[in-house]
Design a protein around this ligand. Structure first.
Ligand code: PLP
Length: 380
């Protein structure tokens, strides 16, 4: 049976031709392709600077470093994310202050303010599944308390709020171009910012902290890394950018089908996107109803057995043993409920409506079977 992944890349002839051209050129790294890709990101989002790096993890690290996040700073962040969002400021000695999430998986903007202390330096948010967080409220809180906003928009390239693209709302925004993110460079990431100084710092961090002077002479002005994106990767990014809107349209067709199909579904909820916003629909999360939580593992296994590549996003970051050992046990009711109920079902640009119908039919059949089992048990 054909296997449908929860998300997958879409590589076409123009992507391949671009990569082959780079491979035949004199520059495999540090040529013009990275600049072309960065310009495409700026043009698309309307942001002044885009700095492409070798991963979103490097991009997060460079962003936190560029705004001088340091030991004992507190960062308010969401536990419903990939570990890198918090790992990279923990790597700088900062401490995560976990904020609970809403039913859509995004940080609960109404819970942020009570977590602010004299040590709070930034709010690091995640646009879960591609749905933009409540940026107006979050920016207002940040402004009032003089905090930075870092947007881990690894899921959300192409998402927008009132026609304004994600990338332009926070002090710095991070995108991921990992294989199955909204577009891919195989591995890759970028920081977008309107801030001259952050852009300058991130460029230095990306390449050994070195500036070219003349002829052979260069000067290392700060401690840097090698977080550079290759020309091969940037070429992929450049050709993929041309197709981003088509990818998003296709994922939104699949998502709209699911939305309509599941709108009266009693056994699970879906993520609601406000009309004024666009989601990249990087993921299509469903939340199983309470009565099905105990059967999540069975439901997950049965979907896999039917060739439906499901995944769970995410285990709350603080439940990882590293975080438990370093910062102690922690618990947030909504985040934990979210983890117990969430399953991401296939939604990507390579899927047809026939595929989506198969997923929906199979999913409904499986959850009904378990819901029925539960009610039978209760009757006995
Ligand atoms: C994928 C992802 C990352 C890490 O991206 P890489 O490019 O693989 O380093 C970080 N944060 C979130 C929310 C992600 O989904």
């Amino acid at each position: 049976m054909t296997r449908l992944d929860y998300s997958t890349q879409c590589i076409e002839e123009d992507d391949i031709a671009g990569v082959v051209e780079v491979l035949k050129s004199p520059f495999l790294t540090q040529g013009k392709k990275v600049e072309e890709f960065e310009k495409a990101l700026c043009d698309y989002t309307g942001v002044k600077y885009a700095i492409a790096l070798n991963s979103a993890t490097s991009a997060l690290f460079a962003a936190y470093l560029a705004c001088a996040i340091k030991k004992d700073d507190e960062i308010i962040t969401s536990p419903i994310s990939f570990v890198a969002t918090s790992n990279m400021f923990v790597a700088l000695g900062a401490k995560p202050v976990w904020c609970d999430v809403k039913q859509d998986g995004n940080i609960d903007e109404n819970e942020i303010e009570k977590l602010i202390t004299s040590k709070t330096k930034a709010i690091a948010v995640v646009d879960f599944a591609g749905k933009p967080v409540e940026m107006a409220t979050i920016n207002a809180i940040a402004k009032k308390h003089n905090l930075l906003v870092i947007d881990d928009a690894s899921h959300a390239l192409g998402s927008s709020i009132n026609s304004k693209k994600v990338g332009s709302f926070a002090d710095m925004t991070i995108f991921s171009f990992h294989a199955i993110k909204p577009i891919t460079t195989s591995e890759g990431g970028a920081v977008l910012t309107d801030n001259d100084e952050y852009a300058k710092q991130i460029r230095l961090i990306r390449s050994h902290g070195m500036v070219k002077k003349e002829l052979w002479n260069s000067d290392m002005v700060s401690l840097g890394h090698n977080f550079r994106m290759t020309e091969v990767a940037a070429s992929l990014g450049f050709t993929q950018m041309k197709k981003l809107d088509t990818f998003i349209k296709k994922r939104n067709i699949i998502a709209a089908y699911y939305d309509e199909r599941f709108k009266n579904e009693a056994l699970f909820l879906t993520q609601n996107i406000p009309h004024a916003n666009i989601s990249s629909r990087h993921l299509y999360p469903i939340l199983l109803s309470l009565e099905l939580h105990a059967n999540k593992e069975d439901i997950f296994k049965e979907l896999l057995a039917c060739g439906i590549g499901v995944q769970v996003h995410y285990k709350p970051i603080y439940q990882n043993s590293f975080y438990q050992e370093k910062f102690g046990e922690f618990s947030l009711p909504m985040a934990e409920n979210f983890y117990r109920s969430e399953i991401s079902i296939p939604c990507h640009q390579q899927m047809s409506l026939t595929d989506a119908t198969f997923v929906a039919d199979t999913l409904v059949q499986i959850v009904q079977k378990y819901a029925h089992k539960v009610s039978t048990c209760q009757e006995n």
